[in-house]
Design a protein around this ligand. Structure first.
Ligand SMILES: [Zn+2]
Length: 116
């Protein structure tokens, strides 16, 4: 992380009270990022099944393809179900498509896929 030294110098200049507040916030942030996320249902999708492994929440979902003339839009016959992974990464919820079959990634493999 190239900005860390600069960030540390800036933090060093804060008051004790600000540092304490920052520490509380950081602990909460770390705690949240190390847990599998609670997922909000995506509009138009139906969640069939949820499974948790490590820091990842896996969901089997029925989805819309986005084509206005498709049966999923006109008759509500959704596609799938397909599995998606959800994970908190750098303070954001990250999701990715897995496929018809659930494949549980191990932590090392999923970290590699993120280019870390
Ligand atoms: Zn469709």
């Amino acid at each position: 992380m190239p900005n860390r030294e600069r960030l540390q110098k800036q933090i060093q200049r804060l008051s004790l009270a600000d540092k304490q507040a920052l520490q509380v916030w950081l602990a909460e942030s770390i705690e949240e990022e190390s847990q599998p996320p609670d997922t909000e249902p995506v509009t138009g999708r139906e969640v069939v099944e949820t499974t948790i492994a490590g820091r990842i929440t896996y969901q089997s979902e029925l989805v819309k393809c986005g084509k206005s003339k498709c049966r999923c839009a006109t008759e509500g016959k959704l596609h799938g179900p397909y599995w998606y992974g959800y994970r908190k990464e750098k303070g954001r919820l990250k999701s990715w498509y897995i496929g018809k079959e659930l494949e549980i990634a191990d932590e090392a493999e999923s970290a590699k896929a993120e280019g870390e």
